[in-house]
Design a protein around this ligand. Structure first.
Ligand code: PPS
Length: 311
């Protein structure tokens, strides 16, 4: 394992399963088909939260303080797989998550996807400028998931420091510097979001958030079903909700990254760490919170602020 980054077009990538040649080939030659479904995120991410949704959330929290699950890339993949299997968990329990919805930018995923027949689920952390060019002429549906970047930062710190295929942060302070400079895997969170948000008004583009999913999982799954044109019976929907929960997914070896321990991850490496929103408050200093707020204002001021209503 090489604990460093692979730099491509000014962006740091993991050093294992990625190469400059492949990243270029994916961008120039990979063919996205109209029937594909693309699940896109900045790593460790989790929408658009309107006032009525916030109100609903407050009511929900009053009723139910049970720590319902919150959304990350892999939660989205698991959820879509369960929607495709109508809530039957056999598929998610028998095939690794990275084979069910392969990462197009990895060697493993790229090879698998080239061979896959029919409508494909495709995952990616690529920023928009490196995404396969064929997508921009296709009708493929995209679900783009966002999460409070402060929580993305904390989640990323704990994950990457246990990973054997990236330059590992030595401290939270160091990772904070890297994060605000965009020197973390897949680059700047701000640039990633700004790039992909330019697509937000297209009808084949659905923006969701980790926060929305946590506060109203059922409605969010229903929204995904509607977007994908999938109809679930009530008991099928209940089974999706049961099997995509934090606890069930944490115990599913096909989804919890335990298969990566040893070669790629330290024994203490966890994909499903806490699964909550607002954990950043346990880690940011007052000074860091101020620096982050200022940077957020500078970088995102021209985007509609209701896109980022996660507090
Ligand atoms: S990756 O490796 O970048 O693709 O990671 P990603 O899946 O985007 O993000 C990992 C965070 O998502 C949380 N997660 C979940 N939360 C709730 N429920 C479920 N089912 C779930 N699956 C993944 C995971 O716990 C990570 O967040 P933190 O804050 O670290 O717990």
């Amino acid at each position: 394992m090489t604990e460093k980054f692979l730099w491509f077009e000014g962006i740091p990538f993991p050093s294992v399963d990625y190469s400059p040649e492949l990243l270029r080939e994916v961008q120039e030659s990979f063919l996205i088909k109209d029937e594909d479904v693309l699940l896109l995120t900045f790593p460790k991410s989790g929408v658009i939260l309107k006032e009525e949704q916030r109100e609903k959330r407050r009511e929900e929290e009053k009723k139910n303080d049970t720590g319902r699950p919150s959304f990350g890339t892999n939660w989205l993949i698991e959820t879509v797989c369960l929607i495709y299997s109508k809530g039957d968990p056999k598929w998610v329990q028998s095939e690794p998550i990275w084979d069910r919805s392969p990462w197009v930018e990895t060697k493993h995923g790229y090879e698998l996807l080239k061979e896959k027949e029919g409508p494909r689920l495709i995952s990616s952390h690529l920023p928009i400028q490196l995404f396969p060019k064929s997508f921009f002429k296709s009708k493929a549906k995209v679900i783009y998931l966002v999460r409070n970047p402060r929580d993305v930062f904390v989640s990323g710190y704990f994950f990457w420091k246990s990973a054997k295929f990236v330059k590992r942060p030595q401290s939270l302070e160091q990772y904070f510097e890297w994060f605000i400079q965009g020197n973390v895997p897949f680059g700047s969170w701000f640039d990633h979001i700004r790039g992909w948000m330019s697509m937000r008004d297209k009808e084949n583009f659905l923006v969701l958030s980790y926060e929305e999913m946590k506060w109203d999982t059922r409605s969010t799954v229903e929204k995904i079903c509607q977007f994908l044109g999938k109809k679930l019976e009530p008991e099928e929907l209940n089974s999706v909700l049961k099997n995509n929960s934090f606890q069930v997914m944490k115990e599913n070896n096909m989804s919890n990254f335990s298969l990566l321990k040893g070669q790629y991850l330290e024994e203490n490496g966890l994909l499903l760490r806490k699964g909550v929103t607002g954990d950043w408050k346990n880690y940011f200093t007052v000074a860091q919170a101020e620096i982050f707020d200022k940077l957020f204002q500078e970088k995102m001021a021209d985007l509609p602020q209701e896109l980022f209503a996660w507090e």
